[in-house]
Design a protein around this ligand. Structure first.
Ligand code: AVI
Length: 360
């Protein structure tokens, strides 16, 4: 999940699409005016080639900048997704646990009131937190369709297969899509729908991109639909910095994984061990910045993109993770044509969930 100027690349490679079909899941494709299933751009134009072209462009631009940066999107291959799941269980990473506490407390009442017939979730990961909502849906006996949207077809397939066993009566409509583009939410999903964008993934987007993404979500919403947006809160900087500098080094491995992805997918020759993990709170932007710092002078070659020299101590910014307060979220909502209906904050001020609706 994830920008930094970033997010997650998608494109449903036909193999991945086939395996989703094989798993009994129905990847959702928008309908054309003629009623047949339209292939999203990324599928029509060879997603693998398109992903590589886009990746090359972004990597070349990012590494040519005076302050080098990479899109955090590229953390999330299968290994990166697994490392992120490990992060969510680390003692230092309070975000996931705090959000879960909030969901356990509030989701049943929200579901009982909204009685949504679809749950559309952006970036579900392994859907740990989703289960809290799904259980509440179950209790409310709402007819359910669960539509998870994720960039990693393989990870999505695993998640859907697991949920299918746990919730056999729930219809699954997985959607493989890049948060930076068309979300591919079919208008045919039963309404009202509850959209969920949890985990503070919105924080991985620069403000303008965050508003663009929320606007796309807003455009997919009908009047009675609602959005749950999870956000990490501004708080004691030591607590925040600890969450991105865990003692076991899982976040460092996650950070370096982006270099392994570039080596594999672009044939780059990064030596991941020659880059050190660095994460710090940039108070002027109220955000964590994650960097990889070169521990020697070196040249990195990326075929088709160029040779990129690194000075000793020079860094690549690989991720931003913005922290918010209520006003910040209301301002994002206002920019995206959404209004806030309810703000649920963790008792210790760790995390919050905003319930939003389309502005009329
Ligand atoms: C996915 N995202 C919300 C995580 C975050 O906290 O910004 C990604 C992450 N990066 C390092 N640790 C976790």
């Amino acid at each position: 999940m994830r920008d930094g100027g970033t997010t997650a690349p998608a494109g449903l490679a036909s193999a991945a699409k086939d395996s989703l079909c094989a798993a009994g899941a129905t990847p959702c494709l928008p309908k054309t005016a003629f009623g047949e299933r339209a292939m999203p751009e990324a599928i029509r134009e060879s997603p693998a080639r398109e992903r590589k072209t886009r990746m090359l462009e972004e990597v070349r631009a990012g590494l040519s900048a005076q302050r080098k940066h990479l899109p955090s999107t590229y953390f999330y291959d299968r290994a990166g997704s697994r490392l992120f799941e490990q992060i969510t269980r680390l003692p230092e990473y309070y975000l996931t646990r705090a959000e879960r506490v909030l969901l356990m407390d509030r989701a049943p009442a929200w579901i009982a009131k909204l009685r949504p017939r679809s749950l559309i979730e952006l970036g579900p990961g392994s859907a740990e937190k989703t289960r809290v909502i799904l259980d509440a849906l179950h209790v409310a006996e709402t007819t359910g369709v669960y539509a998870p949207i994720d960039v990693s077809a393989a990870f999505l397939q695993e998640t859907v297969a697991r949920l299918r066993q746990e919730y056999p009566r729930l219809a699954m409509r997985p959607i493989v899509a890049d948060m930076r583009g068309d979300l591919g939410v079919p208008s045919t999903l039963p309404r009202p729908a509850l959209f969920a964008f949890l985990g503070s993934t919105i924080g991985n987007f620069e403000r303008a991109n965050a508003i663009r993404l929320l606007s796309r979500l807003r455009a997919a919403m009908l009047t009675d639909d609602r959005l749950l947006l999870g956000v990490d809160l501004k708080k004691d900087v030591r607590l925040i910095e600890a969450a991105y500098n865990d003692a076991q080094g899982v976040t460092a491995a996650f950070n370096r994984n982006v270099l392994r992805v570039l080596n594999r997918e672009l044939g780059a020759d990064f030596d991941p061990d020659s880059f050190e993990h660095l994460a710090f709170y940039a108070s002027e932007h109220d955000r964590i910045e994650m960097h990889l710092v070169s521990n020697r002078e070196q040249d990195v070659t990326i075929p088709g993109a160029g040779v990129f020299p690194f000075r000793l101590g020079e860094s690549i910014r690989t991720e931003i993770s913005c922290k918010y307060d209520r006003d910040d979220v209301e301002s994002l909502f206002a920019g995206a044509g959404l209004v806030s209906e309810e703000w649920a904050a963790h008792p210790e001020g760790l995390f919050a969930i905003m319930l939003g609706a389309p502005a009329s």
